[in-house]
Design a binder for this molecule. Sequence first.
Ligand code: MF3
Ligand code: CO
Ligand code: CO
Length: 269
Amino acid sequence: MPVIIKNEYDIAKMRIACRLASEVLDYITPFIKPDITTSELDKLCYEYMLYQQHTVPAPLNYQPFGYPPYPKATCISVNDVVCHGIPSNKKLKNNDILNIDITVIKDGYFGDTSRMFIVNSGSILCNRLVQVTYECMWLGIDQVRPSAHLGDIGYAIQHHAEAHGYSVVREYCGHGIGNVFHEEPQILHYGHPSTGMQIQPGMIFTIEPMINAGRREIRTMSDQWTVRTRDHSLSAQWEHTVLVTQTGYEVLTISANTPAKPMIITECV
Ligand code: MF3
Ligand code: CO
Ligand code: CO
């Protein structure tokens, strides 16, 4: 399957789907407190998507080859869970870090984004991991322009993570997205400059680095979805969906409460 270059109609529809995905994260933010369970958060998101937005949660019953159907509307990955955490009756507690990953379908188009949250203020260590991972995502995004290479994105992410003593998860990557949840190209979060496919205007893909405080190795749980760090170190992830424009990029998963670009990006421009 080749990379799909989106037309103006597709791009207009993707702007809507992506904004809606981001608005689910805005909506759920004030509910993230000690003692709420991740399945309560999931249910709130599910009802907001269905009844307020009239969107469809893409994860629910999603079944890639070799996987059981995903049982919930969102992925909520707490502490050492790297990704695909299944919402459960476990309560959040002070200093937990969590990723909420939202993918909505609107008019047949997919918007995919995730953010990190820290329950109350968190330790200095977990704040640093969450911040550096945010910078990694943005350093990757900042490489996006026509004729740059996908390896430039991966290199920028890997270099920043490893400079802080962190590691990049290799088994999961960003992806093309449009009328299909996961399409080509794969966006690796590690690599070498000037390698890999050239970036072209009209491509839409996600950048979603998973960064571990310890070693990069992972283990999948017996539910066949939940992925944890092997060494039980904390893991963080942020995700945006990005359009390649004639001159650079447009981040599509933006809404009223999207966190600002980090200083590491704004002070360089
Ligand atoms: N939203 C995830 C991504 O960023 C995919 C989740 S698949 C699920 O690609 F089935 F676990 F929801
Ligand atoms: Co994604
Ligand atoms: Co996602």
